[in-house]
Design a protein around this ligand. Structure first.
Ligand SMILES: Nc1ncnc2c1ncn2[C@@H]1O[C@H](COP(=O)(O)OP(=O)(O)O)[C@@H](O)[C@H]1O
Ligand SMILES: [Mg+2]
Length: 271
């Protein structure tokens, strides 16, 4: 007998379906046998050691990198980096390092998100101003909207970049290490914002982070990636450190168990 479909499976086709994906970079297998299904409204934390293929997976979903084997379907289409179908917002870590010499206000930066190949040369796009104001409000930057982006704090800059993704009216946000370089308050308020976007605005979020503690407090579902997906499930079931080491094939160096103080892979990541 067939297993009973969950509510999500019966009502909504998945936003993203990755089947048996493998990706090769510089002749080396970086991702192998990756299967992943994402439904609308999910907040997924993608974690794993440095070099484990997290950014590679996001770039494959965006269509920047091509599968070696397997397939990816996003909103029913093959990924295309030149056309996000107006539904995918991409926030890379590098996005917050905006060039210092470019003078741009927060409002102008967010406005750039409204430009696409169809409206590039038209002065008037209906509702553009309102959409920009709304996105700025969503990320809580109204007070600094006319300030030069270079004068913002790291956390504010990351928020401005997220507003630029939101103004596209993206439904699915892919964020690569957005918490890097943020202090505790900025990190907490960004996580709160993302949580609200997920719950109140129906956004779907796939976020890479090496800050395991922070992401576990926010994401509903966690994926641990190291070449393959080694864990995929509800955050409450995310394995403890010992099980994690086991999943990674790390054997204890000592005969008697030692107390693990640090997350075994977090230290590999330099901020
Ligand atoms: N531009 C690139 N060209 C070739 N190989 C790359 C490139 N970027 C990353 N890699 C390799 O792909 C693997 C996965 O990298 P990446 O997806 O960036 O890992 P993560 O985001 O988990 O730190 C690493 O072994 C890395 O050396
Ligand atoms: Mg990365």
């Amino acid at each position: 007998m067939q297993a009973k479909a969950t509510e999500e499976e019966c009502c909504d086709p998945p936003i993203l379906e990755v089947n048996n994906l493998s990706v090769i970079r510089s002749g080396k297998i970086v991702l192998k046998d990756v299967d992943l299904t994402v439904h609308k409204g999910e907040f997924i934390g993608l974690v794993g050691p440095n070099g484990s293929g997290k950014s590679t997976l996001l770039l494959s979903i965006l269509g920047v990198l091509k599968p070696h084997t397997g397939s990816i379907s996003i909103y029913g289409n093959v990924p295309n980096p030149r056309n996000f179908f107006g539904r995918i917002g991409w926030v890379s870590q590098a996005a917050s390092y905006l060039p210092q010499q470019v003078k741009l206000s927060v409002r102008e930066l967010v406005m750039l998100g409204t430009i696409n190949s169809e409206n590039l040369f038209s002065w008037f796009v209906s509702g553009r101003k309102e959409r920009v104001s709304e996105a700025i409000k969503m990320v809580g930057l109204e007070d600094v909207e006319n300030m030069d982006v270079s004068r913002l704090s790291g956390g504010q800059r990351q928020r401005a970049v997220i507003a630029r993704a939101l103004v596209t009216e993206a439904e699915f946000l892919l964020l690569d290490e957005p918490l890097v370089g943020m202090d505790r308050d900025a990190r907490n308020s960004l996580l709160k914002l993302l949580d609200q976007l997920c719950h109140n605005s129906g956004k779907t979020i796939l976020m890479v982070s090496h800050d395991l503690t922070a992401i576990r407090q926010t994401a509903h579902r966690m994926i641990f990636l190291e070449e393959k997906i080694r864990f995929d499930g509800p955050t409450s079931l995310f394995p403890d450190l010992e099980t994690l080491a086991d999943l990674r094939g790390i054997t204890p160096a000592h005969d008697s168990p030692v107390q693990i103080q640090e997350i075994p892979w977090a230290e590999e990541v330099s901020e």
